[in-house]
Ligand binder design. Structure first.
Ligand code: BTN
Length: 256
C-alpha cells in the first residue's frame, strides 16, 4: 500500500507529462484524495496538481456524507485549482461537472450525461459522478471527482442502488480509468483555465441541453419548492413558483 510509481499501463511520470500536469500522484489507498491535495496545496502546489487513489477509506461527499470508493471500481481523483480572487464558488463545481459530462460522452457515446445542479452528473436519471469542491485558504480550491465506472448495479449498497449507477451498469463497459481521468482533466481545463466570472451564451446553451433538472419540480435545502427552469449566467439555479422566478445559489437540491 502507498504511493505508486506505475499506475495502469504507464509510469506516473508518463501520465504527468501526457496530461501536462505540474505534479501527479497515484496511491493504492488514501483516506481521501481531497485530503492529500489539500496537504499539497498547503505546501504551495500549482494548479492542476492531481492525485488518484485506487480506493479511499474515508471518501466523502457534500455535507460530510460517506462516498463509497471501492478498489478499482471508479475514478477517485482530486486536483487543485487556484482561481484568481477565489473564483465563483457556484461556477467551479458546475464547470467541472460539465467537463466530466463531456468526458463521459466522449468515452461512452450516446450515454447522454446530464448535470444535476450544482455538482452531480447523472446517466439514466441516476448519479454516476459526484463533485466535491473544498476551499483551502483564499486562493485555492481542491476539486474531488468521483466517477462510478466498473460497478455492477448490485454492487451498490441497498440504500443507494435506486439512485446511483456506473458507466458499466449504464451499458458502457470496458472503460479505462486512465482514459477517463485524462479526458476529465482535459475537458475541465478547457473550461476553468481561466475560471470565467459568468457563463457565456455557449456554456449556458450546453448546460441547458445537459440539465437534469429542467422542467422538474425541485425542493431546495431551505424548503423552497418550484420548477427548475435553468441556470443564470452567474451559475445560480433558477426555479419558478407561482409565476415568480427565484435564484438559488447554494445548498443541495432534491427532485420532488
Ligand atoms: C458528492 O456527490 O457529494 C461528492 C462526491 C465526491 C467524491 C470524490 S471521490 C474523490 C474525492 N475524494 C473524496 O473524498 N471525495 C471526492
Amino acid at each position: 500500500m502507498g504511493r505508486l510509481q506505475t499506475w495502469g499501463q504507464e509510469s506516473v511520470t508518463t501520465w504527468e507529462s501526457l496530461w501536462g500536469l505540474p505534479h501527479f500522484e497515484a496511491h493504492d489507498e488514501l483516506s481521501s484524495t481531497n485530503d492529500r491535495v489539500r496537504v499539497l496545496a498547503e505546501e504551495g502546489a500549482s494548479a492542476f496538481t492531481t492525485v488518484i487513489a485506487g480506493t479511499q477509506t474515508a471518501g466523502r461527499g457534500r455535507g460530510g456524507k460517506y462516498w463509497e470508493s471501492s478498489a478499482g471500481l471508479g475514478l477517485w481523483m482530486s486536483f487543485l485549482l487556484r482561481p484568481v480572487d477565489g473564483g465563483n464558488s457556484i461556477l467551479t463545481p458546475l464547470l467541472v461537472g460539465l467537463g466530466t459530462a463531456r468526458a463521459i460522452e466522449a468515452l461512452c457515446p450516446g450515454s447522454q450525461p446530464r448535470i444535476k445542479w450544482p455538482n452531480d452528473v447523472f446517466v439514466n436519471d441516476r448519479k454516476v459522478c459526484g463533485i466535491l469542491c473544498e476551499g483551502v485558504g483564499p486562493d485555492a480550491v481542491v476539486v474531488g471527482v468521483g466517477v462510478n465506472v466498473h460497478q455492477r448495479q448490485e454492487d451498490f449498497p441497498a440504500d443507494l442502488s435506486d439512485r446511483a449507477t456506473s458507466l458499466l451498469a449504464a451499458g458502457c463497459s470496458g472503460q479505462s480509468l486512465a482514459r477517463m481521468a485524462g479526458e476529465v482533466l482535459r475537458q475541465t481545463r478547457l473550461l476553468v483555465e481561466p475560471l470565467p466570472e459568468v457563463l457565456d451564451e455557449g456554456l449556458r446553451n450546453e448546460l441547458g441541453k445537459r440539465d437534469a433538472l429542467a422542467g422538474r419540480m425541485v425542493r431546495t435545502e431551505a424548503g423552497q419548492e418550484g420548477t427548475a427552469i435553468g441556470v443564470a449566467d452567474d451559475g445560480a439555479l433558477l426555479i419558478q413558483s407561482d409565476g415568480v422566478c427565484h435564484t438559488v445559489r447554494g445548498g443541495g437540491i432534491r427532485i420532488v
